[in-house]
Design a protein around this ligand. Structure first.
Ligand code: NAD
Ligand code: DAU
Length: 352
């Protein structure tokens, strides 16, 4: 693993992954392909932009010519595919772009990897690998008991999860049909630095600091299984190096919380660290998300037993680190929430 094509590296998890990898390995090169949608932010990568091991290519993963050139120009041996439309609410109002990027973009990337790496019928260059960064949402929703395992049937509900499940099936088809060396990871909800404030944690934090209403969808008792982003990055790195080809690995740290618990945790932190006047009076229960999945919970036994992965950051430590990062970086929040963000917020929450 030497020349790594990271797609969507200017987004939340991708940028954390690039920081993690360049910190961990002196002898790699990372080529970051990102088209810089609203969610892609070059500011996330200021610390590495002058690193000789880092290359940025401003390109769409659906652009075949540019992707083929990237494989050839940089002798790519590993693909870590993060690039996606990632926000469920946006997929409900504008599903088409989710199919274009998440399904057709992935298909294009698979074709380019296959063309670049194939040396004979069902044969590929030594040591090459494609990792699809997927999500637990492809499994649908759980009741009060049980966890998603790698054999849980796919049952996506939102246009976002349908597009991710479709992409996963194309990846599997390329492994089954052409023997392309692939792995798939399916992780639960991430939190940490550089997350765009359309997602629950940074959105609620920003609103709390501004004394704005805190929009909780429905009863707020939906459950998400939270993982600190760096633990996800370590899992992806392990799968890329040691995962068995053709396999799926679920990633999660058994940190289930209801949404209302998360909101209250954020209020408490802000009250303690920044503003004693904020409180639960800011919470407002708003119209629920359409088709809202009730509960996610990951069984990470496979990645633990096969690859030795365990999360290293507890939720209690990770959430405080995360919230403090946003408090310490108000200019980052300010930059990403000017302009288009305000229009988005108004459209999504104005009449809710
Ligand atoms: P994000 O929305 O923060 O970032 C997505 C990135 O992809 C952005 O930099 C964007 O500019 C880029 N991108 C979008 N369309 C592109 C295209 N056509 N060509 C090139 N680049 C493009 O997303 P994220 O939260 O960092 O998620 C990254 C990946 O991880 C996604 O595939 C997502 O499905 C998956 N995932 C996310 C979570 C989570 O909790 N955020 C959990 C599990 C899996
Ligand atoms: O499970 C992994 C998935 O986690 C990833 O695949 C997705 O890319 C990522 O966006 C995330 O999806 P969720 O829909 O779970 O995340 P989100 O932050 O949008 O919402 C978390 C929960 O909080 C969800 O139950 C909806 C609720 N919510 C969200 C927002 C933005 C609210 O109650 N109010 C809000 O304003």
């Amino acid at each position: 693993m030497k020349n790594i094509l990271v797609t969507g590296g200017a987004g939340f998890i991708g940028s954390n992954f690039i920081h993690y990898m360049l910190g961990a390995y002196p002898d790699i090169r990372i080529v970051n392909v990102d088209v810089l949608t609203y969610a892609g932010n070059p500011e996330n990568l200021i610390a590495v932009q002058d690193d000789p091991r880092y290359v940025f290519l401003h390109a769409d993963i659906g652009d075949t010519a540019k992707m083929k050139a990237a494989f050839a120009d940089y002798d790519i041996d590993t693909v870590i595919h993060f690039a996606a439309e990632s926000h469920v609410d946006r997929s409900i109002t504008d599903p088409d772009i989710f199919a274009r990027t998440n399904v057709m973009g992935t298909l294009n990337l698979l074709n380019c990897a296959k063309a670049a790496w194939q040396i004979g019928d069902d044969q590929y260059r030594e040591g090459v690998r494609y990792v699809q960064v997927s999500t637990d949402e492809v499994y649908g929703s759980l009741g009060a008991e049980g966890f998603f395992t790698e054999t849980t049937p796919l049952s996506p509900h939102s246009p976002y999860s349908a597009s991710k499940a479709s992409a996963d099936l194309f990846v599997k088809a390329y492994a089954d049909t052409y023997k392309l060396p692939v792995c798939i990871t399916r992780c639960s909800n991430n939190y940490g630095p550089y997350q765009f404030p359309e997602k629950l944690i940074p959105l609620i934090l920003r609103n709390t600091l501004m004394h704005k209403e805190l929009p909780v969808y429905g009863d707020g008792l939906q459950v998400r299984d939270w993982l600190y982003v760096e633990d996800h990055c370590r899992a992806i790195d392990l799968v890329a190096r040691q995962g068995r080809l053709g396999e799926v690995y679920n990633v999660g740290g058994h940190n289930e919380r209801t949404n209302i618990q998360i909101v209250k945790t954020i209020i408490d932190y802000v009250r303690e660290k920044a503003d004693p006047t904020v409180g639960e009076h800011l919470i407002r229960h708003v119209t629920d998300r359409k088709g809202h999945d009730r509960r996610y919970g990951i069984d990470p036994t496979k990645i633990h037993e096969e690859l030795g992965w365990l999360p290293t950051t507890t939720f209690e430590v990770g959430i405080r680190k995360t919230l403090q990062w946003y408090l310490d970086n108000p200019e980052w929040v300010e930059h990403v929430t000017s302009g288009a963000y305000l229009a988005y917020y108004d459209k999504m929450y104005g009449n809710r």
